[in-house]
Unconditional design. Sequence first.
Length: 759
Amino acid sequence: MRRYTSPVIAGTLLGGLLAASSVGTAHADASDAALATALDLPAGITVTQAGDPIAFGVETRAFNDFPRRGGNGQYAVMSTGRASDIFNMSVPGLQPSTNLAGDDTVSMTFDVSAQAAGTCLLVDVAMGTEERVHTYDPNTALSDVISLKKSGDTTEYAMHAGNWYIGQDADRDFERTKVTPVPMAVNSIKYWHGINQEFERQPDDQSAPLLPNVTPFNHFSSVETFEVPVTTGSSVTLSIADANNASLDSVAMVDRVRTAETCSNSTSAETGLTPLRPAVVVGHRGVQNVLTVDLNPDTPQIERYDATDNGWHPGGVELRFRWYRYWIESSNCNDGLLYHWIPIQDADRQSFAPTLDEKGRCLMAVVTGKKDGYRSETFPSPASAQWTPTLPIQDGVFTNNAVPTITKPRNDIQVNDTLSASTGSFSPRPDSFSYQWWADNQPISGETGETFRVTAAQAGKVIRVRVTARRLNFDPMTIESAPTVTVTNLDFTSTPTPRIEGSGVQGKPLTAVPGTWTPLTDKFEYEWYADGEKIPSQTRATFTPSSGLIGSDVHAVVKGIRAGYNPKSFATPTVRITGASFTGGKVAVTGTLRVGQRLTASATGWTPVSPATRRYTWLVGGRIAQEGTSTMYTVPASAVGKSIVVQVRGERTGYAPITISSPATRAVARGVLTTNMPRVFGSARYKGTLRASASWRPAPVTYRYQWYVGSKRISKATKSSYKIPKKYRGKKIRVRITAYKSGYTTVSRYSGFTKIAKK
């Protein structure tokens, strides 16, 4: 099994259509119920599988044209071997092979009830195979085959669309070349897509027919939609059979079983499928450069063939494509006689990359619209004004995907270093490369190899390399690398670690000592930093820190400079700047440790002087709750059960700041609500309404109510008002109000009794 790998495309997600990963698997063995779900079976249709169970599976990974748009993200797999091998790259020799139980034939049967009778049954199917394609005469050689037949009907409904969808009248010499649909068999299908066929497609391909290298099956067809008219009691059987071949398998990918009112070939099928704008072919007209059918040239994007809004009326139309080349080399190809156009094998996608067979010839693509229940329509019609062939195909143009790079032995470049050039990445793959090295904006004479040794002439300059890609029938393409860093002559052979001399006390000078360098420097340059931030205007060896730097870590950066050598910079160890110190006394917290109460912090005992500024940080349960200059803190509900600590930071110019903390308080208690006896007012007679009122603090407070007759609780009387029923005439009624507030103790109080009038 021969495989090709494109350096650009292999493993790439192309337009989201053919995405697949070699990591993991979405395969699951399929029961009848699992198949029904994967196939989106409509009401009135049931499915039954027949044959070896290992031949059936359910998949979810995006691959080829599956899962179909408009489905549930699943599709079914039915194989002449083990269905799980479709994405199994560990099969021996990458050749899946399993002899199924029985005659190597498996099938799924769709039974039609009265609910779906009188409709057209549609099913989307594509074929994958390990068989050799385009090799045998389909009339004499056996091959694996997909079949779709209805009970009591010998018609074969699993048919491949043949060389084209478009038709012409007999008087245009078309009938004698017309190829009708053929059985869905490996040897009959004219349009296959191989796994990673080199240069067949490139990124930005709208139909993305390349299949990622995650399947051992060599070829896949595009999706076909099979249609079967059904009646009550119809049984429709979809099968795949191995043609007496025990060593190679084929697979059917199946999705979106559905019904429409009519089949597309019915005289009662809906009509009117039509493009809203004439489609045009876009892209560079070169060998192995991708051309794409732009379905609506008025929009900036290229619409996908299966998009709901792809430029065709009435929307939701799915498209099929056939590419043709003109029969001779000509610059005038506006020939409406289809007999003069040759169908291109395996070119049935929205995009196509011309081969040498198309060089010098015009191309055109015909587009067929398909929609459930509609008669299929094809454009351009040879007799219409929408006949828009391309100009002749010329030499191809490379696509540059990555510029050349220069590999060097270290981050910088010195004289005598050897540099190496990569070629970059081109699509398609070039036959050969040539090189030219540059210093600044001038080519370096004689330097045309893949490697280059830097000389003294390049000191102070940047280096580039230009790589030219060449391929037969392609225009050469030259791409330049990014420039390197500037070339330097040499490095210092010995450098010490600079240090700082001085006490580190503010107001006292610090001196950066660079040490002895080999060879000796011409000069040194200095920079000073405090806590990693550069100190402006401090460029001498000596620096005197001010009081504003107390507590900061100061260091110097020393740069050695000598003509012909790379400047080198080294940082000294840091020195902590200190000032006069004072000590803190103690911090006390006063006040009631209860929610809603205000606490006060006091700090005393600072020596030798008090701070000029103090900053208070209140911590509740170890977390910061309040920061600032306020000495007071009101206890919130969130502090219940937690202890409180206050930290006081004292600062004064010329002194090192100091922070002292209070001892942790005991746990904060819940707050206490201020209450009074609830008041009841209103009409105290039959059908009268009593209302309860309370105003407890601190607000806001949540109230709940319960009304009582005597000492007995009145069921469901839980609102702030109560309408008196007849049975309580002459009774005494009161209300209990319960108050809730976060962080406070819940409290309940009763009102006094209200006597209800007897009449």
